[in-house]
Design a protein around this ligand. Structure first.
Ligand SMILES: [Zn+2]
Length: 198
């Protein structure tokens, strides 16, 4: 739908915004963003999905800008805390309040490292992606509904991603094992509580 020139100009706007913010806030890495004043890291509002998008169109970036993206990917990888990432830059994860959702945490950030691996073929990115999946499996079912953002489907998708990356049938088993629970939970919420989902 978009022409290469349009894609290039969107990527340039994203890069310019990230560079300006990082300089203004004196960040020790080249690209950063804030959303309503918060420096989010996760997939819903944060750095990880912005970098994932830029990597998806890396062939449209200048080599110097591509390098800034990789530096930021590596910076984000260094922010890992026991296979997870805090919602906000600089936060320490408290185990009792840990978020392991697509929107905040490993199940969403996994997609950035999957893309980084597919583009670079560097094994450290695949290893990080696998650690995201292990934590998602260890934490088990989310109790916040069947959706993607912070629900069961968002966790299940990580295993479909890992299956496609590795071909390991362990991951398809894990994705399938979340699926029936997801449907039962959705049916319960829709028909018992008469609750509507977006
Ligand atoms: Zn969410």
């Amino acid at each position: 739908v978009l022409t290469p020139a349009q894609i290039k100009s969107i990527c340039q706007a994203i890069l310019d915004s990230g560079k300006q913010y990082a300089i203004k806030k004196r960040k020790p890495f080249p690209l950063m963003y804030s959303y309503y004043g918060t420096e989010y890291l996760g997939a819903a509002h944060g750095l990880s999905s912005i970098l994932q998008m830029l990597l998806s169109y890396h062939e449209h970036l200048k080599p110097s800008d591509r390098e800034l993206v990789w530096q930021s990917v590596d910076f984000l990888m260094e922010q890992e805390q026991n296979c997870n990432w805090p919602p906000e830059l600089g936060e320490t994860i408290e185990r009792e309040n840990e978020l392991v959702h697509w929107c905040h945490g490993a199940p969403g950030i996994a997609y950035l490292f999957a893309k980084a691996y597919l583009v670079s073929k560097k094994p450290q990115y695949l290893d990080t992606c696998i650690r995201c999946g292990e934590l998602t499996w260890q934490k088990g079912l989310l109790k916040k509904g069947p959706g993607i953002c912070h629900g069961v489907a968002g966790s299940a998708y990580v295993f479909l991603l890992l299956y496609r990356l590795t071909g390991n049938s362990k991951y398809i088993y894990r994705a399938q094992s979340l699926f029936p629970v997801n449907l039962i939970k959705m049916e319960h919420l829709l028909y018992t509580r008469q609750h509507c989902f977006k």
